[in-house]
Design a protein around this ligand. Structure first.
Ligand code: ZN
Length: 250
């Protein structure tokens, strides 16, 4: 299929499952909002950083990082809570069907350079996880859940979710958070909001996937499907965010 025909086909599919975006999000500080950064680590975002990193500069991933940095700066300025999930695996524990990636202690499992300063910010909770779903990955040996505790400690009423991949780690986390909310585990959390321009996924076109024996994963379509699934589970999806820029102590 030629490029033009392919783009038309993707548009056709997207039109069959449109993602109706919610109203632009205005963050005023009146609603306690927490920012959740999903796996914005070198192993998934930095060119050439590992088996699951982009092999060439990627517009969708770069834009996701830029948007996340902007949000993180604003949240830190306002001293609002941030929860950063870091994919991080023990070298002897594989995660099928994925090849080895983000081994604990390596650069792959560290925040991308543009976000590394978050490690020293008092309003940031870093959480290493060794599975796709960051909600499950927040469970401690004693059964407590670091994410649930974070929501409760800061009385968070809305979470704003960004990161990678829209249709995998972001989606699984969002789905689990929504189920937990619906079961009453996350009170006072009300809204799970996915920022579409703050999310990205990887690109593995059919032809290359066939050569590698992997599942094909066309970026633009899978990103869209990830948002569609999140919306279907009850998340809000927004593409615009603005802040109350007047000085205010919270
Ligand atoms: Zn992983």
């Amino acid at each position: 299929m030629g490029m033009v025909a392919k783009e038309a086909a993707i548009d056709l599919l997207k039109n069959e499952i449109p993602v109706e975006e919610d109203e632009p999000l205005f963050l005023s500080g009146d609603v306690n909002t927490g920012l959740v950064l999903v796996d914005i680590v070198n192993g998934f975002c930095t060119v050439g950083a590992g088996n699951l990193a982009p092999v060439a500069p990627d517009k969708q991933i770069s834009a996701m990082v830029d948007e996340s940095v902007k949000l993180a700066k604003m949240f830190c300025e306002k001293k609002w809570p941030i929860y950063a999930l870091l994919d991080s695996h023990h070298p002897d524990v594989p995660e099928p069907p994925h090849p080895p990636h983000c081994i604990t202690g390596t650069d792959e499992s560290k925040l991308v350079p543009a976000l590394q300063w978050l490690e020293n910010e008092p309003n940031v909770t870093l959480r290493c996880k060794d599975c796709i779903d960051g909600f499950l990955g927040s469970i401690e040996k004693d059964g407590s859940n670091v994410f649930v505790d974070w929501v409760k400690a800061s009385e968070i009423k809305a979470i704003l979710v960004v990161g990678i991949c829209t249709d995998m780690c972001v989606l699984d986390f969002v789905c689990s958070a929504l189920s937990a909310r619906n079961r009453g585990f996350l009170s006072p959390l009300e809204d799970v909001i996915v920022y579409s321009r703050g999310c990205a996924t990887f690109d593995l076109p059919l032809l290359i996937a066939n050569i590698k024996g992997a599942l094909p994963h066309p970026q633009e379509l899978m990103h869209h499907i990830g948002l569609y699934m999140a919306k279907g589970r009850g998340a809000k999806v927004v593409s615009e965010i603005s802040f109350d820029t007047t000085a205010r102590e919270t």
